[in-house]
Design a protein around this ligand. Structure first.
Ligand code: GAR
Length: 212
C-alpha cells in the first residue's frame, strides 16, 4: 500500500479527485496518510476532514525565516513516512531538501501543457490569464515528477484542452480541471501505486509499453 501525503494550498478540488478516485477504486494500492496545507482555514482541510483524513497546517507566517518554515514542513511530512508526496495545488516552492530526499517520489499537477506557461510566476489562475492574453487555442494540464527546477521534472502525462471564444480565466480554469487535471492526477497516482511507470534518463517510461 503506497503511503501518500498530499500538500495543498486552497480549494482542494484535485485533492477531492484523489479522495473520490480512491473511494471508487480508480486508484488502488494507495492511501492518503495526511493532508498538509500552507494556509489555514482552506476548503482543502475541510475536504480532508470530511474524508476522515488527518489534516494539518504548516504556514510560513508562523516562522521567522523561510528555512525554519522549510524545516517544519519537511518534518511534518516525514512524520508520515510517505512513499509519495502529491502537490495538489500546492502553490509554494517546496524545500530543496525535500526534493532530494524524495527524488522521483514527488508529483505535481500543473494547469498548462509544460513547457508552455510554466515556471516562476505561473501558478493557479495566473496561468489561465496568460494563456488568454497570448491567445493560444489549445492549453491543458501536465502531471510530472518534481526535481530541483521549477516545473521541469520528468513528465508523467499531459492532456490538451481547447480554449473557447468568450473564455474568462475562471471558465478556462474550470474546463482544464474537469477535462484534464481531475483525470490525470488520480491516474498518475494509480500508475505509481501499481508500479506501471518509472523514470529512466530523466524521462518517464511506462512498463506496459507506452499505453496511457
Ligand atoms: C490547480 O489548477 C492546479 O493545477 C494549480 O492550482 C490549482 C489548485 O486547485 N497548481 C499550480 O498552478 C501549480 N503550479 P485545487 O486546490 O482546486 O486543486
Amino acid at each position: 500500500m503506497l503511503k501518500v501525503v498530499v500538500l495543498v494550498s486552497g480549494g482542494g478540488t484535485n485533492l477531492q479527485a484523489i479522495i473520490d478516485g480512491m473511494a471508487a477504486g480508480r486508484i488502488t494500492n494507495a492511501r492518503i496518510e495526511a493532508v498538509i496545507s500552507n494556509n489555514r482555514g482552506v476548503k482543502s482541510l475541510e475536504r480532508a476532514a470530511a474524508a476522515g483524513i488527518p489534516g494539518f497546517c504548516v504556514s510560513p507566517k508562523d516562522y521567522e525565516t523561510r528555512e525554519a518554515f522549510h524545516e517544519a514542513l519537511l518534518s511534518k511530512v516525514e512524520e508520515f513516512a510517505p512513499d509519495l508526496i502529491v502537490l495538489a495545488g500546492f502553490l509554494v516552492r517546496i524545500p530543496e531538501a525535500m526534493v532530494h530526499r524524495y527524488a522521483n517520489r514527488i508529483v505535481n499537477i500543473h494547469p498548462s501543457l509544460i513547457p508552455s506557461f510554466c515556471g516562476v510566476g505561473y501558478y493557479g489562475l495566473k496561468v489561465h490569464e496568460r494563456v488568454l492574453e497570448r491567445g493560444v487555442k489549445v492549453t491543458g494540464a501536465t502531471v510530472h515528477f518534481v526535481n530541483e527546477g521549477m516545473d521541469e521534472g520528468p513528465i508523467i502525462a499531459q492532456k490538451a484542452v481547447y480554449v473557447e471564444d468568450g473564455d474568462t480565466p475562471e471558465i478556462l480554469q474550470r474546463r482544464v480541471m474537469e477535462q484534464a487535471e481531475w483525470i490525470l492526477l488520480p491516474a498518475a497516482i494509480d500508475d505509481i501505486a501499481n508500479g506501471r511507470i518509472e523514470v529512466q534518463d530523466g524521462r518517464v517510461v511506462r512498463k506496459d509499453g507506452g499505453k496511457e
